[in-house]
Design a protein around this ligand. Structure first.
Ligand code: CDP
Ligand code: MG
Length: 172
């Protein structure tokens, strides 16, 4: 049994405003065999957005990025899969939407992105960033503990709680 990896996904505010796009992206997640470990609808605060996008502080797009990410509720998920980080980023497609539309028309950003900023989704880019990003939005989540006690349960007998968009194990 190969170990699962965790990644942090965000469905950005413009998608949450369109229930059909949100449903389509949720279907892509489940049919691509990701397990939804945690799920929350959250209006990201300026403090959280600034911490989250710290590495981009000096970029020209930083202000518009923070303004957009705090403009309305987002969905924030912890996703599990064998190669969760790479697979989720592949499904999302390139960061820049015009590039996504040109090179990966069927990707999530190719289909549901509007602009370079409103590019539909976020995905962690390494195990270290995944851990850091999960800590920002799920401070109560026991990251190390999950791999010890929860990970084995996520290989079988999972049910999708559609209402809360989260996979539940039998004994929860
Ligand atoms: O999200 P990803 O890791 O693919 O890209 P990034 O380079 O880490 O940029 C973070 C976010 O900044 C992107 O997802 C876009 O929302 C935003 N961005 C932007 O507004 N304008 C750009 N030219 C590049 C990125
Ligand atoms: Mg990034």
């Amino acid at each position: 049994m190969t170990a699962l990896q965790l990644t942090l996904a965000i469905i950005k505010p413009h998608v949450i405003k369109n229930p059909f796009s949100l449903e389509a992206i949720r279907n892509i997640i489940v049919s691509s065999n990701f397990k939804v470990v945690k799920s929350k609808r959250k209006h990201i605060t300026p403090d959280e957005a600034e911490m989250f996008y710290e590495e981009h502080m000096h970029k020209f797009f930083y202000n518009r990025l923070i303004t957009f990410m705090t403009s309305g509720p987002s969905d924030v998920y912890i996703l599990a899969k064998e190669n969760a980080i790479k697979d989720w980023r592949t499904l999302m497609g390139p960061t820049k939407v015009y590039k996504a539309q040109f090179e990966a028309r069927e990707s999530i950003r190719g289909k549901y992105g509007f602009t370079d900023t409103r590019n539909a989704t976020h995905g962690s880019d390494s195990p270290e960033t995944a851990k850091r990003e999960i800590g920002i939005f799920f401070p109560e989540f026991d990251y190390e503990g999950w791999f010890k006690t929860e990970e084995p349960k996520f290989h079988h007998n999972l049910k999708l709680d559609k209402m809360n968009f989260v996979h539940v194990t039998d004994n929860r």
